[in-house]
Design a protein around this ligand. Structure first.
Ligand SMILES: C[S@@+](CC[C@H](N)C(=O)[O-])C[C@H]1O[C@@H](n2cnc3c(N)ncnc32)[C@H](O)[C@@H]1O
Length: 272
């Protein structure tokens, strides 16, 4: 996966977003959604790796699938991929009929955005902190993660909350899958997303996956493919890195995704 691999898959990314999130009802991660629903009206929320902005759109609509009346949040977003930001702007115009405050910028570079410093009650970074680029080795991952966390810390208010999710390698590695599959369908669309896995020898290894997005149930037509390298890290080492970045762990909520019940953890972190 190159640094800007998401530039390549931006046009297909909708395939990986659940229909309820594409419809702007609530963010894709149910645990994040329920934690966001507990915030007060008027809270400022940043999606720091917004991708195609479907989560940010649902949050700016006030989570209408969860909260009635919908909540009133002030939402901004950023992503380091130019193509994702283009896609995000297009989705905002199409779904919201309006722009969201948006920047093309890496998480680590958030510290250099003066008008965002110390502004947000909540920062989220779903599905964004587990992969390595082609130029990164596993040994680079701790410093990379610390830089991302420092950027997000810089834009949080003191005492603010960071929500991130991670693959749970302690539970995933023993499964030694060769293939995991997710299916997304609604009235108009039917996508199958396959990950063909090559796990490293231990939890703390690089784990590789070749992802194929099929646009039909029979898996005849591949609409996108990508190679991922994941940084294997156990949850104890992860907690140590969060603490080094001066976040305390408020919750680590287990979750499973897809037909094979791939294990994830959603972390609620508090800026100390
Ligand atoms: C798998 S997508 C997830 C997008 C969105 N958060 C979601 O859950 O649908 C990962 C996104 O994170 C972005 N990303 C990865 N590393 C990043 C970084 N260091 N800073 C900012 N964005 C990053 C990618 O460009 C991509 O859009």
């Amino acid at each position: 996966m190159s640094t800007n691999a998401y530039d390549d898959i931006a046009p297909f990314y909708a395939a990986m977003v659940p229909p309820t999130t594409r419809a702007g009802l609530y963010p894709a991660n149910p645990d994040m959604a329920s934690r966001i629903a507990r915030l007060s009206d008027g809270s400022h929320i940043l999606d720091a790796a917004c991708g195609s902005a479907y989560d940010a759109i649902a949050i700016s609509r006030g989570l209408p699938g969860l909260c009635q009346p919908p909540r009133r949040f002030v939402v901004a977003c950023n992503d380091r991929s130019a193509a994702m930001v283009r896609q995000a702007r297009e989705n905002c115009r199409r779904v919201l009929g309006a722009e969201l405050e948006m920047r093309q910028c890496a998480m680590a570079a958030l510290a250099d955005v003066p008008e965002w410093r110390g502004r947000f009650d909540l920062v989220i970074a779903p599905n964004a902190l587990t992969t390595l680029s082609d130029t990164q080795d596993l040994g680079d991952y701790p410093d990379y993660l610390l830089d991302c966390l420092a950027g997000m810390r810089a834009v949080l208010k003191p005492g603010g909350t960071l929500l991130v999710d991670m693959r749970d390698w302690d539970r995933a590695h023993p499964q030694a899958w060769t293939l995991t599959r997710r299916v997304y369908e609604d009235d108009d669309l039917h996508f199958v997303v396959d990950y063909r896995w090559a796990f490293g020898p231990t939890v703390d290894s690089v784990h590789e996956a070749h992802m194929t997005i099929w646009q039909d149930a029979k898996r005849d037509i591949a609409m996108g493919e990508e190679d991922y390298r994941f940084a294997g890290i156990g949850s104890r080492d992860l907690a140590t890195l969060f603490e080094r970045a001066r976040f305390s762990v408020v919750a680590a909520e287990p979750q499973v995704r897809g037909l094979d019940r791939e294990p994830f953890l959603t972390f609620e972190l508090r800026r100390d």
